[in-house]
Design a protein around this ligand. Structure first.
Ligand code: SF4
Length: 560
């Protein structure tokens, strides 16, 4: 596979003059806001909108909410306005936000590390059935996203979530978003280090901290100590990956500056080893660099990856050590890839796996992350009926039930199956993920969830005859953003309008091929490439993937 990481943006040399136009870096250019987004963040701390929601908007309703709160600050509490049903994708770019939206919200529940108790699961399920028309999607950032939420319900929703230790704090917005954590943290037999203490420490000390609530844009974190590298660490702003240091023992290798969207870029290693005790401070230092030096003038250049591209890792590490940490970090080596370890499975944790305590965890696949609220309540019942009170969500839109005794494994699998959660799914159900799409997302051009589900069903019917198929990942996005990480899939589909055979404009997808992360099949992971001119209509996905798979099956060479 060819690594098609984009060329770096203009790399300044030491002698380069400051650009004529300031980039909006607070420590270089000062804090004057250079665009409207920066203005509303400077005007009042976005986290303070919670108070206005509880005191005013929940009582006076949707129409009482001013624009900067509605389309800006609400995100800091996990709330996005939802797309009005029936507006076709061709109008997405031409209508104003208020013309695209309804009085309803999407609400993201923040679940750091994807870790839930059955009690917490029941509370989310209750909110979904009572306030969200039974909607619930597991996102590929281990959140649960609800829909059809009205502002009037928010005080009661927060009361219920917070009573069981859940929150929507900084679930969206220009903030440190939910922390991706290994879904098998603390239980896996082959885990190198349990990242739970680091996740909890960051959560406790820094999430909701006003000093970190005005970043240039979103900031994503991932932490794992599992050798299958199960948190897509290559595409987060900062990642900590479990590794053993010859003198200091087990800790983390630090990566910075990964992100996808329209200018994808893999994270780079700082070449530094940190202990579990050091990791939260180092995390804080990296976020602080982003806050102080990140570019704020243009939102499409405001992610950490652009600063890293200009600085390079050496300067980034130097600034981190001298201006933020006050000490030199220990040099460290990269963790081995799963391929180097000879791991036989991808890090999606589907199926039955032994834990370090002799019990088992069972990973099951819903279809592209869609689960109803009612089914979440039944999942809590099923888990408890088989002796578990712990559930985890994964960055691949999957569910794990932890801590099951051997005799309960098969009965649990049978019950999960009835909920549409398959512990032995087809390769297509297992390896397909999809973003929210036009059903709810105002940026979407095409539908994604039902389209993907239909394609999975077709592929299961048509390709059931092929034996020993290699896993093939299919990621489906509803627009050029990359919420479903299309550049990291074998086949990535980017939503757009395309021409069908009769010359009509219909929903469809641009095809990206050959992406991947540090998976077990290959160690030359790279970002997928757009295949120029290769587009499929939404109802042609099954045909297209079938052709690719049959040709691959007929032509591939050995372990290729
Ligand atoms: Fe919405 Fe586009 Fe993200 Fe899909 S990829 S959820 S359509 S912004």
């Amino acid at each position: 596979m060819v690594n098609t990481a984009p060329a770096r943006t203009e790399t300044p040399t030491k002698t380069a003059k400051r650009p004529a136009r300031p980039n909006g870096q607070w420590k270089v250019d000062g804090p004057a806001p250079l665009n409207h987004n920066e203005e509303f963040k400077a005007e009042s701390d976005p986290l303070e909108v919670r108070d206005r929601i509880e005191r005013i908007y929940a009582k006076e309703g949707f129409d009482s909410i001013p624009g900067d709160d509605l389309h800006g600050r609400f995100r800091w509490w996990g709330l996005y306005t939802q797309r009005k049903p029936g507006i076709d994708g061709g109008k997405t770019a031409t209508l104003e936000p208020h013309e695209l939206e309804d009085k309803y919200f999407m609400l993201r529940v923040r679940i750091d590390g994807g870790a839930l108790s059955t009690e917490q699961l029941r509370v989310i399920a209750g909110i979904s059935t009572e306030f969200g028309r039974d909607s619930a999607d597991i996102t590929d950032r281990q959140n649960i996203q609800l829909h059809w939420i009205e502002v009037e319900a928010m005080p009661e929703i927060w009361r219920r979530l917070e009573a069981v230790g859940l929150s929507t704090t900084e679930a969206c917005g220009d903030v440190p978003r939910v922390i991706l954590g290994s879904p098998v943290a603390g239980v896996a037999k082959d885990e190198l280090i349990d990242p739970t203490p680091v996740i909890e420490e960051i959560q406790k000390r820094f999430i909701g901290d006003p000093a970190l609530a005005n970043l240039p844009r979103k900031f994503k974190t991932a932490i794992t100590g599992h050798p299958s590298l199960d948190v897509v660490h290559e595409i987060n702003d900062v990642s900590f990956v479990g590794v053993e240091h010859p003198e200091r023992g087990i800790g983390y290798d630090v990566w910075v500056g990964g992100a996808l969207a329209t200018t994808p870029r893999f994270a780079e290693r700082l070449g530094a080893f940190v202990s579990a005790e050091e990791a939260p401070e180092v995390w804080h230092g990296v976020v602080s660099i982003f806050r102080d030096y990140g570019y704020r003038r243009l939102r499409n250049k405001a992610r950490l990856k652009f600063l890293l591209a200009d600085w390079g890792v050496e300067k980034f590490r130097e600034v981190l050590e001298t201006e933020y940490l006050g000490y030199r970090m220990t040099d460290g080596d990269a963790p081995p890839t799963p391929a180097e370890l000879g791991l036989a499975e991808r890090g999606d944790h589907i199926g039955v796996h032994e834990q370090h305590d002799g019990r088992f965890y069972v990973g099951a696949a819903p279809t592209v992350g869609r689960v109803a609220g009612e089914n979440l309540a039944r999942l809590a019942d099923v888990a408890e009926a088989h002796g578990s009170r712990r559930v985890r969500l994964t960055p691949l839109q999957k569910v794990l039930v932890l801590g099951v005794t051997q005799d309960q494994v098969e009965p649990l699998i049978a019950d999960l199956d009835e909920l549409g959660l398959h512990a032995r799914p087809s390769l297509f159900r297992r390896n397909t993920i999809a973003c929210t799409g036009i059903e709810y997302c105002k940026l979407a051009i095409v539908e994604t969830k039902a389209t993907s589900a239909e394609a999975i069903t077709q592929l299961e019917e048509r390709l059931g005859d092929l034996k020993d198929l290699k896993p093939l990942t299919l990621h489906v996005n509803g627009c050029p953003n990359s919420c479903a990480r299309i550049q990291t899939a074998d086949i990535g589909l980017k939503g757009q309008l395309v021409m069908d055979d009769d010359g009509n404009q219909v929903p469809g997808f641009q095809v990206h091929l050959g992406g991947g992360l540090a998976s077990v099949e290959r160690d030359d992971a790279g970002l997928g490439r757009t295949v120029r001119g290769l587009k499929v209509t939404a109802d042609g996905i099954g045909d297209y993937v079938e052709r690719v798979v049959r040709r691959y099956d007929a032509d591939h060479d050995g372990a290729e």
